[in-house]
Design a protein around this ligand. Structure first.
Ligand SMILES: Nc1ncnc2c1ncn2[C@@H]1O[C@H](COP(=O)(O)OP(=O)(O)OP(=O)(O)O)[C@@H](O)[C@H]1O
Ligand SMILES: [Mg+2]
Length: 540
């Protein structure tokens, strides 16, 4: 892995990188930064959590002339939280150089955005719908844009943003550099690349497995009606630092987060029907740890980078292998370990195997956590807390009198056991009602119209130079990150699953005209047939 100084970056950018605690480049950064600096168009692919944002962010900032008064670079993301997060990272990377960047996304007051635009940002990071709105209002002009980045390009396609992206890119001069980034590159991405990129260089750091290497992947076979018990036992047994629980629909997310709260967990839900203020509040609480379980639709599957997420739980299996890869990729980031758990109903076992085949990763079968394991997990947490208090510098003197007094009457084991009982919290047996979801089935459907003539573009498994994380090669980066310790990363993104398996058409909803306010997605479900054939021709 290279030292960032070897890229010939200017001192102010290097200083920002150092401040962020990045000591060496990650593999995708090592490969992509020189290509991006050379001005070529690029398709960049690397596993989740391996620093793709800085891989395009650093060259982007490097290229900016700070005396520039106009928008010269545009980054598009599929979701609002991701726009915010990417803009935060770009802001951090550019703070010594003094580049002006701004996030533009739906759900935020447009007047406020217009005022911020008057400060003449050079880089805009936005979601397509709201960007288009500003373009139509002439509050954003793209005549001087020379660099465009599509982060999670495949997802933007899946969400039906193709038309918006096309309209936006028509307004950007042809003489430009265009770059696509994602951890997954399904075949239809080629269409986008053919349309918008010129002789792109493929920069890929993909070992055999598409999913990030530091994630232990497990599944539990469980009936639909036992899923909630499985969840609460799993949370108790594992006591995650932070966990993201993915549910299939918005209703599911609402019901689940309410049920978890009733049972005494600090949980909250995130999906596209919440107001932007609510969404921001939930993300804030999750990032600062005031909730430790985030229940979300696929709105949180892409790009979200929250440090301390140790567990991802698929309460419902995702429809696509891509979605699985991105969801579980919310943990095991930047060299840290994580674990992923999927609940699979008996009828969904085929679908699980399909995911295993496409991602080329075995998912370990685990038994339903027992009540005893759950209780033990909770007790361990309390024991750790007690020991921390003993070893910490907290003053215990004021508790001594009452303790001694009680010890005269009761035995110490009895006393401490009672304290444990209180502290572990009686399992609140509140009635929990969840509306059952249909199982995801890998059933054949009419071929997806949009997949006609789809070309297969090595979405997975071209092993290439994938040393990173596949055992030895990644360890430097990992050690490096571990030393970095408490650095806080913040990221977010959004996009949803609607009812059933269809994606939520989670367009930006602006206060004024411009954006469509999105009802259901018109996108037909990807057919199993197509997905299989993709896998097959991929696996040779
Ligand atoms: N060179 C580096 N050294 C240490 N940490 C880094 C480095 N580059 C990036 N990071 C950190 O790694 C984390 C993941 O980065 P990032 O969000 O860019 O991943 P990604 O590849 O875009 O993942 P995803 O596919 O999920 O979007 C972030 O917290 C980021 O600050
Ligand atoms: Mg990313």
């Amino acid at each position: 892995m290279k030292n960032f100084a070897e890229f010939g970056l200017e001192p102010k950018v290097l200083q920002a990188i150092t401040e962020l605690g990045f000591e060496e480049s990650t593999p995708i950064q090592e490969k992509a930064i020189p290509v991006a600096l050379s001005g070529s168009d690029m398709i960049g692919q690397a596993q989740t959590g391996t620093g793709k944002t800085a891989a395009f962010g650093i060259p982007l900032i490097t290229k900016i002339d700070t005396s520039e008064e106009r928008v010269v670079a545009l980054v598009m993301t599929p979701t609002r939280e991701l726009a915010i997060q990417v803009s935060e990272e770009i802001g951090k990377l550019s703070r010594f150089k003094g580049v002006r960047s701004l996030a533009i996304y739906g759900g935020q007051d447009i007047g406020r955005q217009i005022r911020a635009l008057k400060k003449r940002p050079q880089i805009i990071i936005g979601t397509p719908g709201r960007l288009l709105d500003h373009i139509n209002r002439k509050t954003i002009r793209l005549d001087d844009v020379n660099t465009v980045v599509l982060d999670e390009a495949d997802e933007m396609l899946d969400m039906g943003f193709m038309d918006d992206i096309t309209s936006i890119l028509k307004l950007v001069p042809d003489e430009r550099q265009t770059m696509l980034f994602s951890a997954t590159m399904p075949p239809n991405i080629q269409k986008l690349a053919n349309t918008f990129l010129k002789n792109p260089e493929h920069v890929s750091v993909m070992p055999k497995q598409v999913s990030a290497p530091l994630i232990e992947q497990n599944y539990i076979e469980v009936n639909e009606r036992s899923k909630f018990d499985a969840l609460s036992r799993l949370l108790d047994m594992e006591s995650p630092e932070l966990a993201i629980v993915f549910g299939r629909t918005k209703r599911r997310v609402d019901e689940l987060s309410e049920a978890l709260q009733k049972r005494g967990y600090t949980a909250d839900g995130l999906h596209g029907d919440l107001s932007q203020n609510q969404r921001d509040a939930v993300m804030r609480k999750f990032r600062d740890g005031s909730i430790d379980v985030l229940v979300a639709t696929d709105v949180a599957a892409r790009g979200l980078d929250v440090s301390g997420v140790t567990h991802v739980i698929n309460f419902d299996l995702p429809q696509d292998p891509e979605s699985y890869v991105h969801r579980i990729g919310r943990t095991g980031r930047a060299g840290k370990e994580g674990s992923a758990w999927s609940f699979v109903t008996p009828r969904e076992m085929d679908h699980l195997h399909f995911i295993e085949r496409v991602t080329r990763h075995r998912i370990n079968r685990k038994p339903m956590p027992s009540l005893a394991e759950a209780i033990e997990g909770k007790q361990r947490v309390v024991a750790d807390r007690l020991i921390d208090v003993i070893h910490g510098d907290e003053e215990l003197n004021e508790y001594k009198a009452i303790t001694l007094q009680l010890l005269e009457q009761y035995d110490s084991v009895q006393l401490l056991s009672a304290a444990f009982k209180l502290l572990t919290g009686e399992k609140k047996d509140v009635q929990v009602n969840l509306t059952p979801e249909d199982p995801i089935r890998a059933k054949r459907r009419k071929p997806d119209i949009r997949s006609n003539g789809r070309r297969l573009n090595a979405p997975y498994g071209r092993s290439g130079g994938g040393r990173y994380g596949s055992g030895g090669g990644g360890s430097n980066y990992r050690d490096n990150k571990d030393r970095r310790g408490g650095y806080n990363n913040n990221r977010g993104d959004n996009r949803n699953n609607n009812y059933g398996s269809r994606r939520e058409y989670d367009r930006d909803r602006s206060s004024g005209g411009g954006d469509r306010s999105g009802g259901g997605d018109r996108r037909p479900r990807r057919s199993y047939e197509n997905r299989e054939s993709r896998f097959n021709s991929d696996s040779e």
